[in-house]
Design a binder for this molecule. Structure first.
Ligand SMILES: [Zn+2]
Length: 177
């Protein structure tokens, strides 16, 4: 499936507020850093009361760690910064829909809201493949805003996967983020 289809689904009618623009812009900048390092370009920023608690970008390849997704890197940074793994009243801005692993971690961390860009139809845990935010069996409410600056976020991913298809390692790097 083409990257453009996998990560499609932006919603142009979302009205961006200043925070969304600022922090999603920051997350896109982090995704660009990941791309420059040969990683799948995903970036995440955790914010509470206007303060950035933690940031991260995907580091799976360099850390040889399948859990080193942008959101989890940011969660660890935030926990370290404030000395608490619980992050109530925080918002996570992430360029791609969190996968099921990250969505579960965000629920564990008591995050209040997730604002994400592109949809991830392969691994998405907040609406695409599973919808952990609205599962009545899970006793935590997570607000979700999707499609924020999704075109920019999705373009980075499409560029990355197109590069992989053309590159010499295309047969060994199937897809993950
Ligand atoms: Zn993930």
């Amino acid at each position: 499936m083409a990257g453009g289809q996998v990560f499609a689904g932006w919603r142009p009618r979302i009205k961006l507020d200043k925070d969304m623009e600022r922090f999603m812009g920051m997350a896109i900048g982090l995704a660009e850093q990941a791309l420059a390092q040969g990683e799948t370009p995903v970036g995440a920023v955790i914010v509470r009361a206007g303060e950035v608690l933690g940031t991260g970008y995907n580091r799976v390849e360099q850390d040889l760690d399948p859990t080193a997704h942008a959101e989890l890197v940011a969660l660890r940074a935030a926990g370290y910064k404030i000395g608490d793994w619980r992050l109530p009243r925080s918002t996570v801005y992430v360029t791609l829909e969190p996968c099921i692993m990250c969505a579960a971690a965000l629920l564990h961390a008591r995050v209040e809201r997730v604002v994400f860009g592109a949809l991830d139809h392969r691994w998405g845990g907040l609406g695409s493949l599973f919808d952990l935010a609205h599962d009545p069996r899970i006793n935590h409410e997570l607000q979700v805003v999707s499609g924020v600056m999704a075109e920019q976020a999705g373009r980075l991913l499409t560029t990355f996967f197109e590069g992989l298809r053309k590159g010499p390692r295309s047969e060994t790097k199937a897809c993950t983020h």
